[in-house]
Design a protein around this ligand. Structure first.
Ligand code: PLP
Length: 303
């Protein structure tokens, strides 16, 4: 069984153990690029069309040339086929601005311009991390950490790229390492106004009775595909789903808090800043709604 699959945007299956990037790739030099992470399940990339749509949106935010959706779709299909249907996989779509000096910028987006072929693009499938099964089954211990920014910044400082999925994840990973030193599994970022933002790699969803609430994207969080799939399915099942600002205190008084994301899917917050949070009766239903939502996400349309 292969343990990773690498396919470049031209559709070629590459040796995943051979070097691929040029040393001067701006993705490596500056983290200047975008990505998507999706779950491979039953031999299919879950919610692929939504991931491709978000890739396009992120490209636009970074003035990258518009991704050729057909090319990405067929690279993903090749990679997923190579991976097989026996087990889940973590699928990544990586797109960088390309090499320094040949940098690709969308027409009108800056002084440099170049054809889309100057970008670096590839698809990588890897095994799902071991922590994922544990997070799904047992939930996660979470600490809240400040991101040091205001919820107003997404609107007033678009160059911070707050709604885009960029390759600049070093601070997100640093927050997770900080949490590990505090014996926590994960993090919920908060704003300078003590508003709930998101996890370093997940959206936050709060459950109160038959209500699900998540912070709106305008507060500077990534619009989450898993959260959206959950809301679509939950609404059909009679839940009241809302995009509203939440304060840190709202997490403590909630019936349950969830970190939802494409690969882990639904992880219940089992403790928050050291406070135990017990599972509500509806916990299995929420897990089921996410599972079903992600399987049907192809019908959600564009963003
Ligand atoms: N927020 C951030 C910062 C993320 O990195 C992710 C996913 O990796 C999410 C939210 C959840 O998004 P999705 O459900 O589309 O995976």
């Amino acid at each position: 069984m292969v343990d990773r699959v690498l396919v470049t945007l031209d559709g070629a299956v590459q040796d995943p153990d051979a070097p691929l990037l040029y040393a001067d790739d701006i993705g490596a030099l500056r983290g200047d690029g975008i990505f998507e992470t999706a779950l491979v399940r039953d031999g299919k990339a879950c919610a692929l069309e939504l991931h491709l749509a978000r890739l396009r949106r992120s490209a636009e935010a970074l003035d990258l040339p518009e991704p050729d959706t057909g090319q990405w779709r067929s690279a993903v299909e090749t990679a997923v086929k190579e991976w097989g249907a026996e087990r889940e996989g973590m699928l990544r779509l990586i797109l960088t601005r390309g090499r320094d000096g040949h940098a690709a910028v969308r027409a009108g987006g800056g002084e440099l311009s170049g054809p889309a072929s100057d970008v670096t693009g590839y698809v990588l499938v890897m095994p799902v991390a071991e922590r994922v099964a544990r997070a799904r089954a047992e939930g996660v211990s979470v600490i809240t950490l400040t991101r040091g920014i205001s919820v107003d910044l997404a609107q007033s400082a678009p160059w911070l790229l707050l709604g885009a999925k960029t390759l600049s994840y070093a601070t997100n990973m640093a927050a997770l390492r900080f949490a590990a030193r505090m014996n926590a599994d994960d993090v919920i970022f908060t704003s300078t106004e003590h508003r709930v933002l998101e996890g370093p790699r997940s959206s936050v969803v709060v459950q109160r009775d038959r209500q699900l609430i998540t912070p709106p994207a305008r507060n500077g969080v990534l619009p989450g595909i898993t959260q959206r799939a959950l809301f679509a399915e939950a609404e059909k099942a009679g839940w009241d789903c809302r995009y509203e600002s939440l304060f840190t205190a709202d997490l403590i008084t909630a019936d349950s808090v969830w970190l939802v994301s494409s690969v882990t899917l639904a992880a219940r917050v089992a403790s928050l800043d050291g406070l135990r949070m017990s599972a509500p009766d509806c916990a299995p239903e929420i897990v089921e709604l996410v599972d079903r939502g992600i399987a049907r996400a192809w019908s959600l349309g564009d963003w």
